[in-house]
Design a protein around this ligand. Sequence first.
Ligand code: NAP
Ligand code: F7E
Length: 377
Amino acid sequence: MNTRVNKHIALITGVTGQDGSFLSEFLLDKGYDVHGIIRRSSVDFRQRIAHLEGRPHFHLHYGDITDSMAVLQIVSKVQPTEIYNLAAQSHVQVSFDAPEYTANADATGVLRILEAVRQCGLTATCRIYQASTSELYGKVEQVPQNEQTPFHPYSPYAVAKLYGYWIVREYREAYGMYCCSGILFNHESERRGETFVTRKITLAAARIAQGKQDCLYLGNLSSLRDWGYARDYVECMWLILQQDKADDFVVATGEQHSVREFCQRAFRHAGIELEFRGEGADETGICIGVSGNADPRLVGRTLVEVSPDFYRPTDVVNLWGDPTKARRLLGWNPQRTSFDELIRIMVDHDMAEVAADDAAARVRTNLAEYLEKGIVK
Ligand code: NAP
Ligand code: F7E
């Protein structure tokens, strides 16, 4: 029997990631003590949480989800009341290149968290959220997908996450632990990793509009996704852990769009009208008009091309979530941020970031010049 305690101590694995950073902000605003696990790295990788460091209720611990001893030690020290297991090798295409590591982090990593909670004697007081995924539906057997839809994982990433999903259910049933999976469909943001398709597109649209990139190379343009805003989705992670009974939920918007459509709308927001011509690997996106500050010389140029480098050995092409259960039982609003608003947020951010990079480069150039002239010492 899991009982609620008055303390609110959250432990977040994957705190440096897109979701970890938004969730940290959300929980700090709710008055939680937030502890995050970070990996040691020789370069600075904490930009998403840099603004939180130094806040009195925000604490970081070095560890790795593939290291049982580190996980056990941190859980024992923090004594969390809620754990959000977000750490994962989260890139589907990369999982084909690093399947064993992906299994270690994304499958066995989940087991390490569950066991740490059990071995620290926290099963009655600690609730666990597992970052599960729509990739479990993979080679889909039903659209839209809900909590009853059969799974058919279609990548090493999805197979590893399927183990995570089932081990959570097993610990719930075997030991009565309060552990849940949020089956989240794709969620994006201005903090999304730059190699995921949406961010790759919004950054390229900004760079092309500002004359800093010639062409964007993409893989399967016809792939369909249910894309939401990450900031909205972390609220749902928290709601999942506030219920009387542990359960699993699909988290999605209930709307579906293609990669091609995302691309067209993102470029339009950056002032570039694209028309797609051709099919398969020969399809191209051509500029047929510009607005705002976009360069009129772009008109007539091919700005998007298909590169088979971005094809996957098996690709998931038809994801579309049914968030009815989350809306009904959690009172969560799947449509808070619309598809157009999501694109606007991402493109506006990247337009500013690309322009600021330019400003930063100018400052560096000026600095070099000033140093040369002896203006600054
Ligand atoms: P993300 O930006 O790629 O962040 C992944 C996080 O996991 C990073 O903080 C990363 O740390 C950490 N990590 C990776 N390997 C680790 C290891 N061995 N030990 C400790 N930490 C490790 O991913 P996200 O988009 O925020 O997604 C969060 C979780 O939700 C992931 O589990 C993902 O699989 C799942 N998910 C995401 C989506 C989505 O659309 N975003 C949808 C469904 C499920 P570093 O910064 O050190 O690399
Ligand atoms: O690909 C196609 C690609 O890499 C989306 C992760 O957060 O969401 C994410 O996984 C689609 C695929 O995300 C490019 O083939 C076309 O069909 O942005 P993505 P994903 O694979 O859906 C799920 C829910 C997770 O759980 C994962 O952690 O877009 N696509 N051209 C491309 N994809 C990429 N990355 N790059 C391209 O150039």
